[in-house]
Every structure is written in structure tokens, then in C-alpha cells.
Write a protein of this length. Structure first.
Lengths: 113, 234
């Protein structure tokens, strides 16, 4: 667990450092994720130790962000005038995207068993 | 009252609500509408309102949880690496599907919100709604969005996607687990992937791969393209 956390923090820091130094238009942790992905493909045994910490964090993602989401309710007056746009974009947008993506995949994968 | 306006109480309240929400989610047979994101909020909101604790103070009290969104983003490399290994032969092909599908999902969110007259900060919160929350929050920061709105938009997108999926698959006569998995992971991120695993291991693996690649591609492209998109919308 401790090794896993250490690996995650090291790669996040490397990503953050690169983004700040080079002024990249990219979130630091995302670059950290790319760097870790590349490092993992070398199959270095030590990096496999990331698994326990990674699985713990990913398994409890909702715990990490639901406190932020509470702001929608507690600061609703800030968003209320955009209610229609939110409803259309989130609900209709998601259903339309799902229909189009599914239809597209069906078309593209038709020839492959 | 001051013992309640502390990080200690904020964390206790958050963890207790989360635990309760998971218990209810399991009891409901993992119904999408009982997702812990929606349920865990309720006891926290009621308690904060009763005790008169502000959202700002509560967020400051739970800052340690938000800190771990960074390492959680890096951690997504692990399942992505595993799926890339499992689905070694086809991931290049999947990448092409994602290159078409991810801009479609983000473009619909942006386009529909703009059509309804939403301002740029709201559109910036909605643009990353089809990608997993830790990445979406990072992206929304770079597109000038509100974190609360971005987190909520992502969660509702996942829930709507999972609720609509069975009907969409039936109407389009889709029984291929590869398509079910890819579509759920691409549009409905982690919540969709959890549903895809109920169709089977194969659907789940494809969904995990789609979730990882969609998050990665959107996080790379959207902040970079945002100056042009926002100029276009103004």
C-alpha cells in the first residue's frame, strides 16, 4: 500500500513538474498518468506494487468527489437560471451520444465477428 | 457549535454518509438511481443545513479527500495498462472508435448547452461530462468551469447513460458485448463500466478500455482546443 502510494505521488509530481516547467496545456495528474502508463509497459516488477493503492483509490472514487458535488445543491442559486441548459445538455446530450455511439460502433464492427 | 465546524467532524460526516450510501446501494441491488453519489449527499446536506455550516467550510474540512483526486487520476493508468495488455490485439482499433466517439460526446454537451444559452463557465463545466470524475475535474479547471457542476454533470451523465442503455441497445438490436462495453465506457465512464460488467467480463473489459482512453484523449485535447472553442461560442 505504502509503495503504491509512493509510486502514485512520484508520478503525479513528475507530471506536475513537467507541466509547470514546459507550460503545457494539460492537467499535471493526467500527464502523471501517461508517464505511469508508459513506465508500466516496461513491465518493471517494482511498478506492479502500485496495484493495492490504485485499486483502493479507484474503488472509492465517489468518496473523493461527492463532497464537491454537494455544491450543486448548496449553491443552487448560482446555477438555477441555467436549469434548462443543464437538463438538455446532460440528459438529452447523454442519450443522443449513447444512441449515436452505439449505432456507429454497430456499423464499424459489423464486418468483424 | 465549534466542535462541529472542524475537519474532524466534516470527515466523520462524509465517511459515515458514504458508508450508509454504499449499504443502501447494495440493498437496492445496485440500482443506478441509488448511486452513492446521489445518496451520500443527502445526510451531509441535511446536517450542514441544520448546523449552519457553510459549503466553503465543509469543503475546506474535507480538503484531504479532494487532494487524493490527483493520485486517483494517476492511478487510472493501472486498469488502463491491464486492459491494454488483455485487449492487446484490438486496442489500436478501439483508439480509432474513441477518436470519433469522444469528440461526439463532448461536442453534444457543448453544443446543446450553448444552444440553450448557457454562459461559457457553465459550458466549460459540462464539456468533460463523459469522462471519469477525477479527470473531468482537472479538465473543468482548465476550461473555466465550476467543480461542483462538473462533478454533478459527470455523475448524472453516468446514471442517465446506464438507465438509457438497455432501451438503446434493444432499439438498435445490439447484443454484441464489445459494442455494449465500448458504448457504456465511452459515454457513461465508470458508472457505465460497472454496468457493463453485469453484461459479462468481455463487456466490462471493453468498457474499462473505452473509459480509460476517452478520459485520456479528452484530457489531452479539450484544454488545448478550449481557447478556440470558447472564441467560437462568444
Amino acid at each position: 500500500m505504502l509503495d503504491g502510494l509512493l509510486i502514485l505521488l512520484a508520478f503525479q509530481f513528475a507530471g506536475d513538474l513537467l507541466v509547470r516547467t514546459l507550460g503545457l496545456p494539460l492537467p499535471g495528474p493526467v500527464l502523471g498518468m501517461v508517464l505511469l502508463l508508459i513506465a508500466l509497459t516496461t513491465r518493471a516488477a517494482v511498478l506492479q506494487r502500485v496495484a493495492p493503492a490504485a485499486n483502493l483509490l479507484i474503488g472509492n472514487l465517489t468518496l473523493l468527489f461527492f463532497p464537491i458535488g454537494i455544491g450543486i445543491v448548496l449553491e443552487w442559486e448560482r446555477y438555477s437560471k441555467h436549469g434548462l441548459a443543464l437538463l438538455v445538455s446532460i440528459v438529452a446530450g447523454t442519450i443522443i451520444a449513447l444512441v449515436l455511439v452505439t449505432a456507429l460502433l454497430k456499423l464499424l464492427l459489423r464486418s468483424q465477428p | 457549535m465549534s466542535a462541529f465546524n472542524t475537519p474532524l467532524f466534516a470527515l466523520f460526516l462524509t465517511l459515515a454518509s458514504y458508508r450508509l450510501a454504499w449499504w443502501l446501494y447494495e440493498r437496492s441491488g445496485r440500482h443506478p438511481l441509488a448511486h452513492p453519489f446521489l445518496v451520500a449527499m443527502v445526510p451531509v446536506i441535511i446536517t450542514l443545513l441544520l448546523l449552519g455550516i457553510s459549503y466553503r467550510d465543509y469543503l475546506a474540512g474535507t480538503a484531504v479527500l479532494q487532494f487524493f483526486l490527483g493520485p486517483a487520476t494517476v492511478a487510472l493508468a493501472w486498469p488502463l495498462y491491464r486492459q491494454l495488455t488483455t485487449l492487446r490485439k484490438i486496442w489500436g482499433q478501439v483508439l480509432v472508435y474513441i477518436l470519433i466517439g469522444a469528440p461526439l460526446a463532448a461536442g453534444l454537451a457543448i453544443g446543446l448547452a450553448a444552444m440553450c444559452g448557457a454562459p461559457l463557465d457553465v459550458i466549460g463545466s459540462l464539456a468533460p461530462k463523459s469522462i471519469t470524475t477525477p479527470i473531468a475535474l482537472e479538465v473543468s479547471r482548465m476550461t473555466g468551469g465550476y467543480p461542483a457542476l462538473a462533478a454533478g454533470a459527470v455523475a448524472i451523465t453516468g446514471i442517465v447513460g446506464v438507465l438509457a442503455a438497455p432501451l438503446v441497445f434493444r432499439l438498435l438490436k445490439v447484443s454484441d458485448d464489445r459494442i455494449r462495453g465500448l458504448a457504456l465506457g465511452l459515454v457513461a465512464h465508470a458508472i457505465g463500466t460497472a454496468r457493463a460488467f453485469e453484461y459479462g467480463e468481455r463487456a466490462g473489459a471493453y468498457s474499462s478500455l473505452a473509459l480509460g482512453l476517452t478520459g485520456l484523449l479528452t484530457a489531452i485535447a479539450l484544454p488545448w482546443l478550449w481557447p478556440w472553442i470558447s472564441a467560437l461560442l462568444q
